[in-house]
Design a protein around this ligand. Structure first.
Ligand SMILES: [Zn+2]
Ligand SMILES: [Zn+2]
Length: 273
């Protein structure tokens, strides 16, 4: 199984980091977790495309995690010429969010239906709102879910994907909690969105201070990985965005609390498990 960081950014714009998303390639089954800014470009860079996706899994409806979902839907529709259905899973509220996206796309859908004889239907999308604990399969990938902790954002969901003996836990923005511990338990890789709390605490801006209380810092992610027995910790959604020269410092922070392998990288960084 390949885990590709298709977006390592955050709400703060960065020229080289797309918004948060992670692509899982499990044999021929491609699964996208979240759909942040620029995700369709990064899918192309990862040798994938919306039309290849077995499903999109959404962790939560914060804009940085879903702002390019409309691009995934439209590109999937156009490239499949309306002949394929895009499966989307997410916490309760995802179906309504997608329905509203479809309303926003109505002019474009109308133009393309009018212009292309081969297109006879609009985007075919099937959305499943999940409850924590739900389990399902996408191709031959088994997916289990658990609640994560990102209040006041609610509900939020994390995912554990198992394929051919390999296990990946991919969660969105969350504090450490029982749900993340369950998902990351003995996982071959645990992917966590992180902040450097020691840096952000120095920023004299109330909105910067607000983000501290609903994200895992590098230290907390490392503590979770250690407690859960994850074999690797893969950091993403890094705030503030580090330079490559700063990666060793981030890894060292985590390594103070975790004996496993700590991984961090640029967009398209890939871990094979
Ligand atoms: Zn986020
Ligand atoms: Zn969030």
């Amino acid at each position: 199984m390949d885990i590709v960081l298709t977006g390592t950014g955050s709400p703060i714009p960065h020229p080289d980091r797309a918004g948060p998303s992670t692509l899982v390639k499990a044999g021929d089954t491609h699964i996208l977790v979240d759909a942040g800014r620029g995700v369709v470009m990064r899918l192309a860079g990862a040798g994938s495309a919306p039309g290849f996706l077995g499903a999109v899994l959404i962790t939560h409806l914060h804009s940085d995690h879903v702002c390019a979902l409309n691009d995934v839907i439209t590109t999937h529709w156009v490239t499949s010429q309306g002949n394929a259905t895009l499966q989307i899973y997410g916490p309760v509220g995802t179906a309504q969010f997608v329905e509203r996206q479809m309303h926003a796309l109505e002019p474009d859908i109308g133009y393309r239906l009018a212009h292309h004889d081969v297109l006879t239907v609009g985007p075919q999308v099937q959305v499943t709102d999940l409850e924590p604990g739900d389990a399902f399969s996408i191709g031959d990938v088994e997916v289990t879910t658990a609640a994560t902790a990102h209040a006041p954002v609610h509900p939020t969901i994390g995912y554990r994907l198992v394929h051919d003996g390999a296990t990946a836990a991919i969660v969105g923005d969350t504090l450490p909690c029982d749900g993340v511990d369950q998902l990351a338990a003995n996982a071959d890789v645990y992917v966590q969105t992180v902040l450097r709390k020691d840096i952000i605490e120095q920023i004299p801006n109330p909105m910067a201070q607000d983000i501290l209380d609903y994200h895992s810092g590098v230290v907390e992610a490392a503590q979770t990985a250690s407690r859960a027995g994850s074999k690797r910790l893969l950091l993403t959604h890094m705030v503030p965005a580090p330079t490559a020269e700063q990666y060793p410092e981030w890894i060292a922070k985590a390594a103070e609390h975790y004996d496993g392998e700590v991984l961090i990288g640029d967009d398209l960084y890939t871990v094979t498990i």
